[in-house]
Design a protein. Structure first.
Length: 184
């Protein structure tokens, strides 16, 4: 369902727009375009006094997987948020150790403390951090809106699967422009 409305207490949650992840090859949308759209959304939310949550990942879950994990130490600035987001003192920042922004963090408590009933999501990677956070937000009872042109993946097919098959079951989808229009 295309995005139809935003609650009066909607928060923007941007996933893993950090130097190390933004430097990876993304598809189908270049990371620079996602960052530009996300920064535009952040500015619009801030202008209306609505919460902006900037999430980064600083580690990984310890479980075994068949997918090879990086070895060694990442660069010192790997987890730093990209400067284009224009981080402000009033922004909420969340560092996570796994895919989703709710598990093992105080995100739900912070959103509820602010009276948030809906979240708008964007970031990298669509099928990993964004989808995991969307699923948890839905399960926590938030209205979920997904800014589909303010997200991208490391795999174009995985991105399409999330956008076309998973996200319509979790909330509404729309472009960053459509969401800014609803903000008024």
């Amino acid at each position: 369902m295309p995005v139809t409305t935003l609650d009066a207490t909607t928060a923007l949650v941007l996933i893993d727009l950090q130097k190390g992840i933004a430097a990876l090859p993304t598809a189908p949308v270049p990371a620079a375009e996602v960052i530009e759209r996300a920064a535009g959304l952040a500015a619009a939310f801030r202008a209306r006094g609505l919460p902006v949550v900037l999430v980064n990942v600083t580690g990984g879950a310890p479980g075994r997987t068949e997918h090879a994990r990086p070895t060694g130490e990442p660069p010192a600035d790997w987890a730093e948020l990209v400067p284009e987001l224009g981080r402000q003192p009033g922004d909420l920042t969340v560092s996570k150790q796994g895919w989703g922004a709710f598990h093992g963090t105080d995100l739900d408590r912070e959103l509820r403390r602010r009276g948030v009933t809906q979240i708008v999501l964007g970031g990298i990677a669509t099928s990993i951090g964004v989808e995991s956070t969307a699923r948890a937000a839905y399960e926590h009872g938030y209205h979920v809106t997904l800014a589909t042109d303010a997200m991208t993946d490391l795999d174009a097919d995985a991105h399409r699967n999330s956008v076309e098959r998973v996200f319509p079951r979790l909330g509404e989808t729309g472009t960053a422009d459509a969401i800014r229009t609803l903000l008024g």
